[in-house]
Design a protein around this ligand. Structure first.
Ligand code: COA
Ligand code: AMP
Length: 629
């Protein structure tokens, strides 16, 4: 099958195309409705099918002879631990954990927050929640208590599952104080919190609220899978938008399972029994889709890695894991490869390893910059495949379909639309632009299976946030172009979302934190280009009149505030005090202009600027602090 034929089939007969893919899964009742649409053109897939995602990902394989095959490999250089689970063992662990949650009163539709490091129990927890037909919301362990509290208040979980600590290279991060703080900040009070005690830190339990994971497990009985509808939510995953408050992307069971199963063969060219490694974190969408659900739905072995690409212990870590477990496809973010390249430019640490089983390296999370791609291709000798996606879609929008027809790689492009995605480049009035012209990347409705069709608790947020910009389209928030050959080039966000080391953050949210400082009158947070992390946030602040503050002290205080409010992953470091910010006459701060100035890019000053003298003044200040040449 050629890529074009596959893609055209998905466009000409979407229902037939996806019904066929749905046949590859083990439903309790096969869906009669493949696709329904509402008045806005939003699609709902497999709504009346009956299923359970954990059943499809585990029990189904055990019933079909894969019980003895490895499902999950845990490799933790930070604790010196390794463990392996067969499909039968993982199914048992999940069934017992589901029993533990049922004992705590969790039933279908309840929410459970999972705040855990990269340990098998994180994956087991997700699948156990799914087994009960409940809805999980995983919160990345690097988020600070206020972020956790926001998610508690929005998702209103009955239970929180956590661990006593995470480990950042050698630093032990105790979770209990973070959980306590989040409980204190949140208005909603979850009924219980279950803590998995790790040998590196023991959490003192809060009476009446906290439970010891091992003690509950010892009493729990394994439970079966609760049937859910295809349209029932499997999970909520919060992601940064343009406002200060993260959005809860809702993922439905049916479309998610169908799209991920299809992607494992079509995009990643994986066969059941092979080893797939997404070196990410279960707190991100990549972790949900390709550490947990995709590989297991497809009967593959997945790797849960608790470590970094460098420092644990060195820049050979990725290659060591690939060789040790015979990984066929490796998937991580460009920033990880940039870190490896910086530490080991000649890839000497790759040499000791037999990487003959590793056939393809996939990259996503941010644009794969051509120098990193060229380096990785050269040192690995493997195809390096960029693919573009978002939390909202749950899988790739553009990719090189390695399992359908491998296409030539074009540097800087994430290749072509994945079947089901109708990608258009639009101008600001919603008109299609020609090939080679940059514009807003929009997806024509209905979106294919797995993509969001609502935001948790706020339908207006979905419609206003994604559908109102262009009638009949989902606005991705990314800009880019399609070249003459149909290759898509995603060039970056067109809104106030930034990407720091593959982590999606909102500049608006950082601004809100900075604005709480008593000396700050107003601020603009912009993304500064960074060789390692792609982008890092930088704060341009104006002090309150009469406020005098040592800049170094202010900088330190703002760093602490941002770390405490959002998390260290924000990588907020630089603050520059300005006399004023450039604004339009209607009071809008010219963030894009500031961003281009700081990054040495050509910039325009709109004719609506309030005072044309402000830009030279800012450039002078930035120059004096060596932020611009
Ligand atoms: N819990 C607590 N803190 C965390 C954390 C977690 N789960 N993850 C990161 N942090 C902290 C780090 O310890 C660091 O703190 P510090 O400023 O006190 O040193 C800070 O957040 C920044 O972390 P990070 O961006 O990971 O920087 P790093 O210097 O520790 O590592 C890389 C650099 C490139 C190795 C790392 O960013 C990386 O592996 N990136 C790949 C990201 C990725 O896989 N993204 C998934 C998308 S597919
Ligand atoms: P997240 O929702 O965290 O996965 O972040 C999604 C955003 O990351 C997208 O909107 C893009 O801005 C960026 N992104 C992810 N993958 C790519 C890619 N391959 N190329 C360019 N940008 C990407």
């Amino acid at each position: 099958m050629s890529y074009i034929a596959e893609y055209q089939r998905s466009m000409n007969d979407p229902e037939g195309f996806w019904r066929k893919q749905a046949e590859d899964l083990d439903w309790f009742r096969f869906p009669q409705q493949t696709l329904t649409r509402d008045a806005d053109g939003v699609g709902y897939w497999f709504a009346d099918g009956e299923m359970n995602t954990a059943y499809m990902a585990l029990d189904h394989h055990v019933k079909n002879g894969r019980g003895g095959q490895l499902a999950l490999i845990y490799d933790s250089p930070v604790t010196g631990t390794k463990a392996k689970y067969t499909y039968a063992e993982l199914t048992d662990a999940v069934a017992r954990t589901a029993g533990m949650l049922a004992d705590l009163g969790v039933v279908k539709g309840d929410r459970v927050i999972i705040y855990m490091p990269m340990i098998p129990e994180a994956v087991i927890s997700m699948l156990a929640v799914a087994r009960l037909g409940a809805i999980h919301s995983v919160v990345f362990g690097g988020f600070a208590p206020p972020e956790l509290a926001l998610r508690i208040d929005d998702a209103k979980p009955k239970v929180i599952l956590t661990a006593s600590c995470g480990i950042e290279v050698k630093r032990i991060i105790e979770y209990k104080p973070l959980i306590d703080k989040a409980f204190e900040l949140a208005k909603h009070k979850p009924q219980s919190c279950v803590i998995f005690q790790r040998p590196q830190a023991n959490a003192a339990l809060t009476a009446g609220r906290d439970h010891d994971w091992a003690a509950l497990q010892a009493k729990a009985k394994p439970v079966g899978c609760t049937p859910v509808k295809g349209s029932d939510p499997l999970y909520i995953l919060y992601t940064s938008g343009t406002t200060g408050k993260p959005k809860g992307v809702v993922r439905e069971n049916g479309g998610h399972a169908v799209a991920l199963k299809y992607s494992m063969s079509a995009i990643y060219d994986m066969k059941p029994g092979e080893v797939f490694w997404a070196s990410s974190d279960v707190g991100w969408v990549v972790g949900h889709s390709y550490i947990v659900y995709g590989p297991l739905l497809h009967g593959c072995t997945t790797v849960v890695y608790e470590g970094k690409p460098i420092m644990t212990p060195d820049a050979g870590a990725l290659w060591r894991v690939c060789a040790e477990y015979g990984v066929k496809a490796l998937f991580t973010a460009p920033t990880a490869f940039r870190a490896v390249k910086k530490e080991d430019p000649q890839a000497l640490l790759m040499k000791p390893y037999d990487l003959s089983k590793l056939l393809t390296i996939f990259s996503a999370g941010e644009r794969l910059d051509p120098p990193t791609e060229a380096w990785l291709t050269e040192v690995s000798g493997k195809p390096v495949i960029d693919h573009w996606w978002q939390t909202e879609t749950g899988w790739a929008i553009t990719a090189n379909l390695r399992g359908v027809e491998p296409m030539p790689v074009k540097s800087g492009s994430s290749t072509m639309p994945v079947p089901g995605f109708d990608i258009q480049i639009l101008d600001e009035n919603g008109h299609e632009v020609g090939r080679g012209t940059q514009g807003y990347i929009a997806l024509k409705l209905p979106l294919p299976p797995s993509c969001l069709n609502r935001v948790w608790g706020d339908d207006n947020k979905f419609r206003d946030g994604y559908l109102s910009m262009f009638h009949g389209y989902y606005a991705t928030g990314d800009g880019g172009y399609i070249d003459q050959d149909g290759y898509v080039f995603v060039m970056g966000r067109v809104d106030d979302v930034i990407n720091v080391a593959g982590h999606r953050l909102s500049t608006g949210e950082i601004e809100e934190v900075i604005a709480t400082h008593p000396a700050v009158a107003e601020c603009a947070v912009i993304a500064r280009d960074d060789d390692l992390k792609g982008q890092v946030p930088m704060g341009l602040v104006v002090l309150k009149s009469g406020a005098t503050m040592d800049e170094a002290v202010l900088q330190k205080e703002l760093v602490t505030r941002v770390r405490d409010a959002i998390g260290a992953i924000t990588c907020y470091k630089d603050t520059v005090v300005l006399a004023r910010l450039p604004k339009t006459r209607s009071g809008k701060t010219l963030r894009k202009t500031l961003c281009n100035i700081v990054n040495g890019k050509p910039y325009t000053v709109p004719s609506t600027i309030d005072d044309s003298g402000v830009i030279p003044e800012i450039i002078e200040t930035l120059r004096s602090k060596q932020f611009v040449a």
